[in-house]
Design a protein. Structure first.
Length: 65
């Protein structure tokens, strides 16, 4: 398996955002991006497990009548 510095950068950013999604602004700063949208578009891949966990955490109260 061939590993590049760029591959390590992507792995770091992806794992960081998976573990600390609330700190996306910090990640953007670490990565040196001037625009937060670059960080969010490149490194915030939605994983199936994350989607399931997010939906399980949502409580929707339906009003009766």
């Amino acid at each position: 398996m061939h590993c590049t510095c760029h591959a390590l950068r992507i792995t770091f950013a992806t794992r960081f955002i998976e573990q600390r999604p609330q700190d996306y602004k910090i990640l953007s700063n670490i990565m040196g991006h001037k625009d937060i949208s670059i960080t969010l578009n490149l490194y915030t891949r939605v994983m199936k497990e994350n989607k399931i966990a997010a939906m399980n955490g949502v409580n929707i109260k339906m009003s009766e009548g």
